[in-house]
Design a protein around this ligand. Structure first.
Ligand code: PEP
Ligand code: MG
Length: 431
């Protein structure tokens, strides 16, 4: 057998924020190599699997020696000799070996890098691209529709704006490459307009522009102007998507906003009313985490009030956990799940989360984290598992462009070419 794990090793590499992270490399008995790197979030949900860090003063406490030690002393010996094609069995072993409900003993960073490296090794050992391996005998999805950040805010830009992500979705683009072309122009014009207005401070964590706006709505106005300057029809060709990341704005139904007309304390209804006003005023088709993770009833009320024409995305509330997705869906809190592999730890559990979303009638968006690397596994995951959207941060910096560029490469390989999900490819699109 050439698909058994001969060697599994972890190494410390570095992410887009200059922090250590875990890479796992697997070599099979047939000399196939699979490699994957764990990402890391900044605005993390409290229910996420634990990203194991050393603490202390080295590298701000972010070192990953403990995670690497677990890989070397426990994970590698356990998995040696296992068939890399047996992802489910390997993932089950990893979960059992860790033995904690939140993956805090070995670390979700160690587990996710291992689990993804197994998939890469299996694809390499069987001589197929990763997207094909992930799809198995099932159908392969088209390329996902990109959701791309133009301005950073919240935890990704030092709290410069209350809202974390101001993004665009090329809802009218005929194919993946055109969606990127249009976004590139919006991104470029946004930077130019901000510089002209004296509102440009640089680049935020995920590659979007770091704004110096005084009020949240200035970002929305500027985004509209950038879409128009790029020659695109707002709403029809280029729509707006937001990630409020409301868990960073408050808890227990009390929210604090600093970038409104005046600093404001709002309750859940007040916060929801603010977003509903924005939905009326701007061509917003998608809004993520509009309420905090501990405010599910208000999340559900907002989803109802926004109506089926708006994609309401649950991130912190469901943290890529099948059980939480089922609970949120039953309560009507959201209609779309954000899917981030490192929130749960193993690919098999991610798959379960995707299934739970599908069974609940929810859509899924595969998402990168704010701390990223050149790893492009999530692009293959979106295609192999047929998830219709992909969120990666902005249209700048290598760790982001690596994903968009991988999509362009896949457009040449996939049976569907560069086609985006079939119409209505954006089921919650207005109109
Ligand atoms: C997000 O909140 O959706 C996100 C990608 O940010 P982070 O990785 O910082 O959680
Ligand atoms: Mg989010």
């Amino acid at each position: 057998m050439k698909t058994a794990i001969a060697e599994l090793r972890g190494r410390r590499v570095w992410d887009s924020r200059g922090r250590p992270t875990v890479e796992v490399e697997i070599r099979t008995t047939g000399d196939a190599v699979g490699r994957a790197i764990a990402p890391a979030g900044a605005s993390t949900g409290s229910g996420e699997a634990v990203d194991l860090r050393d603490g202390g003063s080295t590298f701000g406490g972010y070192d990953v020696r403990r995670a690497l030690y677990g890989i070397a002393t426990e994970i590698a010996p356990l998995l040696r000799g296992r068939d890399v094609r047996d992802q489910r069995a390997i993932d089950a072993l990893l979960v059992t070996l860790d033995g904690t409900p939140d993956k805090s003993r070995l670390g979700a960073n160690a587990l996710v890098a291992t689990s993804m490296a197994v998939a890469h090794a299996a694809a390499a050992a069987t001589g197929v691209p990763l997207w094909r391996h992930l799809a198995g005998d099932g159908p392969v999805g088209p390329l996902p529709l990109p959701e791309i950040q133009i301005f950073g805010g919240g935890a990704h830009a030092g709290g410069r704006l209350d809202v974390q992500d101001f993004m665009v979705i090329a809802v009218g683009a005929p194919d993946f490459a055109t969606a990127l072309d249009w976004t590139a122009e919006v991104h470029r014009h946004a930077g130019r307009l901000m510089a002209e207005a004296g509102r440009l401070c640089g680049v935020a964590d995920e590659g979007g522009w770091w704004p110096a706006f005084d009020r949240n709505e200035e970002a929305l106005e500027m985004l509209l102007r950038a879409i128009e300057a790029a020659g695109r029809l707002p709403g029809e060709e280029m729509a707006i998507a937001l990630d409020i990341a409301a868990s960073t704005l408050g808890r227990c139904g009390r929210y604090h906003l600093r970038r409104e007309a005046e600093p404001r304390e709002l309750d859940s209804d007040g916060l929801a009313a603010l977003w509903l006003r924005w939905l009326e005023r701007y061509p917003i088709v998608s809004i993520e985490d509009p309420l905090a993770e501990d405010d599910p009833a208000a999340f559900a009320a907002f989803t109802r009030a926004a109506g089926p024409g708006v994609q309401v995305v649950a991130d912190d509330l469901v943290v890529t956990d099948a059980a939480r997705i089922r609970r949120a869906a039953a309560a009507g809190a959201g209609n779309t799940a954000l899917i981030k592999p490192n929130q749960i730890g193993t690919l098999s559990e991610v798959r379960e989360a995707v299934r739970a979303a599908g069974e609940a009638g929810w859509a899924g968006i595969v998402s990168a984290r704010s701390g990223e690397t050149e790893d492009v596994t999530i692009v293959h995951l979106a295609v192999g598992w047929g998830l219709p959207q992909l969120k990666v941060g902005s249209f700048a910096r290598g760790e982001r462009m690596a994903k968009w560029n991988e999509g362009l490469r896949l457009a040449e390989e996939l049976p569907s070419g560069g086609a985006l999900p079939p119409a209505p490819r954006f089921p919650w699109g207005r109109g």
